[in-house]
Design a protein around this ligand. Structure first.
Ligand SMILES: [Ca+2]
Ligand SMILES: [Ca+2]
Ligand SMILES: [Ca+2]
Length: 287
């Protein structure tokens, strides 16, 4: 019984709805409907905002550091002296003089010493020594008896024949109103006492009433390089004003002074040319 009543109610409701809808259709033409349509279009303002913000990417610099550690093998340097021989002064050297001469012409000034050892009043106690800039040295015993009284002194070098090597003068003795001067060269790392007429040079420079003697360096071609050595001496003839003069030109070759020109002159004191003797000493030859 309940099932039939629940179905019947929706049917009755549907029927009533249909009846009502048909009633509205009958009155549609009697009540016109006015429809006003107002369309207002308000456009939204167009705002274009362009905002460009560029943020650069951070730059990162990568520095690569490479550390190279090189371990070198130890280097053993062997220093070879330019010349054999001892270039050092002996501990008992005394009364010394110091000079310089480029005896080998290599551009470095080598050291020239003159000194005494022991008792300088006894023979063979005076020495000349060259100490080479490149190492090594040479020592020469000065046996001139005059050295016992005057001592030995060495001067700076001078190139006597323009070959680029310097020789040097040393005072090796003294006499009455005169100095005794030797010329020294270095050949094959050894000091050589330059010879003249086969004997060690003992040039006399001095003058007295009755005689004079000396030597000059000659630059024959005037190129600022010495060429020859002129050794001269004059002897007064009696009580006159006349002198017998000997002037000999020498060339230095291999440790020897070899005669180039020899002149025997008779000259009178005060005569033109007389005073040229002794007028120009060799450089570094006076003491
Ligand atoms: Ca030198
Ligand atoms: Ca020379
Ligand atoms: Ca010259």
């Amino acid at each position: 019984m309940n099932l039939h009543r629940s179905v019947l109610i929706p049917v009755l409701v549907t029927f009533a709805f249909i009846t009502f809808a048909c009633g509205d259709d009958d009155s549609a033409g009697e009540d016109p409907t006015t429809t006003t349509t107002s369309t207002t279009t308000t456009e939204a303002p167009t705002t274009t905002t362009t905002s460009t913000t560029t943020t650069p990417a951070p730059t990162t610099t990568v520095v690569e550091t490479t550390t190279t550690t090189t371990t070198e093998a130890p280097t053993t340097t062997t220093v070879t002296n330019q010349c054999p021989g001892d270039g050092a002064l002996p501990p008992d050297a005394q009364f010394g003089t110091l000079a310089g001469a480029d005896v080998d012409g290599d551009g470095d000034v080598d050291t020239v010493h003159a000194y005494a050892t022991g008792d300088p009043g006894t023979p063979n106690q005076w020495w000349l020594q060259v100490s080479f800039m490149g190492g090594g040295g040479s020592t020469y015993a000065v046996d001139n008896p005059g050295a016992l009284l005057s001592g030995v002194r060495a001067n700076d070098g001078v190139d006597l024949q323009g070959d680029g090597t310097e020789e040097f003068f040393a005072k090796i003795g003294a006499g009455a109103s005169a100095e005794i001067i030797g010329i020294f060269d270095v050949i094959d790392c050894e000091i050589v006492h330059v010879t003249i007429d086969g004997a060690p040079t003992e040039l006399t420079r001095g003058a007295s009433i009755g005689n004079f003697s000396g030597f000059e360096c000659l630059d024959i071609d005037l190129n600022d390089a010495n060429d020859f050595i002129l050794v001269y001496s004059g002897q007064r003839l009696g009580d006159s004003d006349d002198f017998e003069v000997t002037a000999i030109q020498y060339a230095l070759q291999n440790g020897e002074l070899n005669v180039i020109v020899a002149d025997g002159l008779g000259m009178t004191e005060g005569q033109p040319g007389f005073m040229e003797f002794g007028g120009e000493d060799c450089p570094n030859s006076t003491f």
